[in-house]
Design a protein around this ligand. Structure first.
Ligand SMILES: [Zn+2]
Length: 132
């Protein structure tokens, strides 16, 4: 089991990494092929090719929202999506480390309290026996 000091330094390191997170956005990127809806476009013909593009989708209160990502923004969006995953992972680890820290402090305080209570109990018992 790690000491409180070790856990504190893990927490501080994670806080540093969280502070270094760049711009991010949640979602998943995927390529799709679709018709644009213009009846005069070549994509509307049976032999026409579909428009290929990239979509960024994410769930918002159980509904999937998607927006198209232009090709020029694809690399940036990939980085932003990856950065969001990194952020979520860091926050998860940061939460775990903080929880560990709280648990260790609780254990420490409990053992200090038990030591005090046990001592007090023995003293009281001894006093009572002497009084008899
Ligand atoms: Zn079209």
């Amino acid at each position: 089991m790690d000491t409180i000091e070790q856990i504190e330094s893990q927490r501080d390191e994670l806080a540093r990494q969280i502070a270094s997170v760049g711009e991010f956005r949640p979602g998943n990127l995927y390529e799709n092929a679709r018709k644009c809806g213009n009846p005069k476009c070549q994509c509307a013909r049976p032999d026409g090719t579909l428009h290929r593009g990239w979509l960024l989708t994410r769930k918002v209160s159980r509904k999937t929202r998607s927006r198209s990502i232009p090709k020029f923004a694809l690399d940036d969006t990939r980085r932003q999506v990856d950065e969001h995953r990194r952020f979520v992972d860091l926050v998860r680890r940061f939460t775990e480390v903080n929880e560990m820290l709280c648990e260790q402090r609780l254990k420490l305080r409990r053992s200090e309290k038990n030591r005090f209570c046990a001592g007090g109990g023995i003293r009281r018992y001894a006093r009572r026996r002497n009084a008899e």
